[in-house]
Every structure is written in C-alpha cells, then in structure tokens.
Ligand binder design. Structure first.
Ligand SMILES: Cc1ncc(COP(=O)(O)O)c(C=O)c1O
Length: 421
C-alpha cells in the first residue's frame, strides 16, 4: 500500500522551538506534540472554518477533535460570533455587576437538562467540577469523594500529582466505569462519609476505549448514592449538547443531583455550569464563596444562548446522530475487512479507534502508523483521544475520512503481522 508523503510542518516546528524558550514545555497540557505523534502532527494552527482547520504551514485538515470538544456547530459559526460581537460593540461584556443573560441561560437549562433547577456559571470545566464538589461537601457536611472519569486539572482529581500535597486528594477514591461491584465496594467502606460521587455518565476514560452504560449501571449508582445520602454528580462536560440537549442523563433516563456542563454549550466561548437540585445548590449561596472577576462576563452567556438557539432550531443533535451513524457503519464495514486489531467504540457524536494488544506488543506501532497515515491524508483524528462529529462536517468530509481510514488500515495491514492474543 502506498505511503503518503510526510507533511511539511516546518513553520509549526519552528514556532514550537521558539515556544520552548518562552513557555515551559512550549505549549500546555494536552496540546504537547508528544501527546500526538511527534514530527507528524502540526503544533500551531492558523485558522478554521466549519469542520476544517488550516495549520501555520498551510496544511488543511478535516478536524474531528473540534477544539477538544467545544466546537459543536463548527469553527467560526457566523450567527454565534455575530451575537457575541454585537454584544461587545453595543453593550459591553465585562462589568462590575451582572448582566441579565445569566437568568435567561439558567431558565433555558431548566427546560433542557433533567437535573437542572438552579445553576451557577463559571468559565472552565475544571472550575465547575471543583465547585460541584465544594457544593456537595457543604451540603452534606462530609469530605470523601468517589469518582470515575477525567474531571480536569485541579488538585483533587488531576492524574499527574506533581506539586500537590497528598492531603488535597487523599479523600478521593476512583472506580472504573461500568464496574458497579467495585463502586458498591467503595461505598460499603466509605459511603457514610461520602459527600459526592462524580462520574461521567458515558464512559470516555483517557486513552481508553469508550463505553456505553451497561444495563443497570447508572441506575445502580443512582440507587446507592441515594441509599448513602451522597450527592450524585454527572460530569457532562463532554456529553451535554452532544449526546442530547439534556445530556447523557436525558438519553439514558437517570437523573443526578448535580450536573456539570461546559465545552460545547457555547461553541467555543468560555463558559461552564454547575446545575442541579435547588436543595443542594443552595449550599452555594449559604456557605460558599464562588467568585471570579471573569465569571459574569457576558460573552460566554450570549454565545451559549445563541448556540442553544441554533442547536434547537436546526435539530443539530439529531443531524449529528444521523450522519454519524451512517459514518460509523461505513467505518465498521471497512474495519471488518482489515485484520489489524482495530476497534471502533463510542457513539455517533463521539467515537474512537483504538488498537488491541497482540503477542508481539505491536499495538502502539499499529496505532501510530494508522494515525500517521490519517494525518498525512488530512484527517485530524487523535491517537490518544476520541473524535467528535460537528454540525458543519459534511457528508463529503465524512466520506473522505472513510476513504482515508480504509487506506490507513490497508497500510497497517501490509506493514504489521497482527496475531491476536
Ligand atoms: C469530562 C470532563 N470534565 C472536566 C473537564 C475539564 O474541563 P476544562 O478543560 O474546561 O477545565 C474536561 C476536559 O476535557 C472533561 O472532558
């Protein structure tokens, strides 16, 4: 199978080299070149439109990372950007006091998200998961937290523990998605001291296959949380306004006490939410100080209100499910033709291709070759993170991706002998 020429990413690499002298590590966190495939993926982006991005060397990609999740409509969605620009020009967005949009957005969330009665608005997902834990601790007067999933970079939950005193996370216990027994065991031990159970209602653990809830899993967690009087928090930062307008909780019919939303609710503008039962949320007013200079800035609220308006008016989530289902069916078909140990998991709005281990431990090499072939063909998928489908991805974009996946798998199958374990 023919290889495809390596991309010219010289400008990206030059900027990265310069960045290492200005920024520790060059770029932060999940944007590091070593998190992709070093030397193959671009590091700096120039611009994007719809479902496509152009890097600083002029390479164009169909982008399935969608900014790591916030882009639900598409890049530079005019209606949303215009609403924000108009707000900035006509009224302003940064004041001492609060603008009226917070009430409008809280009312809208109450219509859409099953657990939503009252909301507080912040800027990032990490702000909001951390605030939700503080609210739960204040409400229950308990300390311990049981968790499942990625919840951001803050002290209590981040994977890399450098710079964090142990006492900041020593009361936090983890369980695996879909392992109800494990969760039950933790709760049998710590349930009476547990303030919060925070989990992603859909399984998207870092670097691993995606998982839908097994029958009874979410219901089981809900029941046990109630039994012990712990606050159940669904971290829907990735899933709300993606799996449905009311998140995974609406799709799967299990309602938590609090929910955390972020990412796609404002098509890229910074805003996040803790929303939930009034009885629990009132702890935020009575016992806590949650505040930032920037939390009331209305650019994010205006963008969220407009994004939600477009999502509803154009039935965006339905569109994404339908075209995504057609796309995943084609990808599954192709994958069945190539015996390379590739696996497709997830659902239409969020999906991931991973590689099974084999005797010779070639899974990393097969993965890296596969994703290298994709990026060289202008398909921006991530070797260590699932992809997303957005509204502005066209059928043609998806068909181009199907073809590239076919070619990349053919390349992998001619280069590697896959012997299943
Ligand atoms: C499920 C989940 N929770 C929380 C966060 C943290 O959000 P942020 O990166 O905006 O702080 C993320 C970010 O990827 C996430 O995926």
């Amino acid at each position: 199978m023919k290889d495809v020429k390596k991309l010219n990413i010289a400008t990206s690499q030059g900027l990265f080299e310069e960045a290492t002298k200005l920024i520790p590590g060059g770029v932060l966190g999940a944007r590091k070149p070593s998190d992709f495939i070093q030397g193959e993926y671009p590091v700096f982006i120039e611009f994007g439109k719809g479902g496509r991005i152009i890097d600083v060397d002029g390479n164009e990609y169909i982008d399935f990372l969608c900014g790591y999740g916030p882009i639900i409509l598409g890049y530079r969605e005019e209606e949303v950007d215009e609403a924000v620009i108009q707000q900035i020009r006509d009224k302003g967005f940064c004041f001492t006091l609060t603008q009226r949009y917070q009430n409008q957005l809280a009312k809208k969330l109450r219509e859409l998200v099953p657990s939503s009665e009252m909301s507080i608005f912040l800027k990032t997902g990490s702000d909001a998961t951390t605030a939700s834990i503080r609210i739960a601790r204040a409400h229950t007067n308990r300390v311990k937290v049981v968790r499942c999933g990625y919840h951001g970079w803050h002290d209590w939950c981040v994977e890399m523990k450098g710079g964090i005193p142990e006492k900041f996370y020593e009361d936090v216990y983890e369980f695996r998605y879909n392992k109800l027994d494990q969760f039950e065991g933790l709760m049998a031990k710590y349930g009476k001291e547990t303030a919060a159970i925070i989990m992603t209602p859909f399984g998207h653990p870092n670097h691993q296959k995606m998982e839908e809830p097994q029958p009874g899993f979410l219901e089981g967690v809900r029941e046990i949380a109630t039994k012990y009087g712990a606050v159940l928090i669904f971290d829907e930062v990735r899933t709300n306004f993606r799996l449905s307008m009311g998140g995974a909780q609406k799709l799967y019919g299990v309602t938590p006490d609090l929910s955390v939303l972020g990412k796609s609710m404002a098509n890229g503008y910074a805003i996040s939410v803790v929303t939930g039962k009034a009885e629990v949320m009132m702890a935020a007013a009575q016992k806590l100080f949650i505040s930032s200079t920037f939390f009331p800035n209305s650019d994010g609220y205006v963008a969220a209100l407009k994004t939600i308006e477009v999502l509803e008016r154009e039935n965006v989530i339905d569109n994404i499910w339908k075209k995504g289902d057609r796309f995943l069916k084609k990808v599954r078909n192709i994958m069945s033709k190539h015996d390379v140990g590739a696996e497709l998991t997830g659902v239409a709005p969020m999906f991931y291709i991973t590689f099974k281990k084999d005797e010779a431990e070639t899974h990393r090499a097969r993965r890296d070759d596969f994703y290298t072939q994709l990026i060289r063909r202008g398909i921006f998928l991530h070797p260590h993170h699932h992809g997303y489908i957005c509204y502005r991805h066209t059928e043609q974009d998806l068909d181009s991706a199907v073809q590239a996946i076919d070619e990349a798998l053919t390349y992998v199958s001619t280069k590697h002998q896959y012997k299943p374990l």
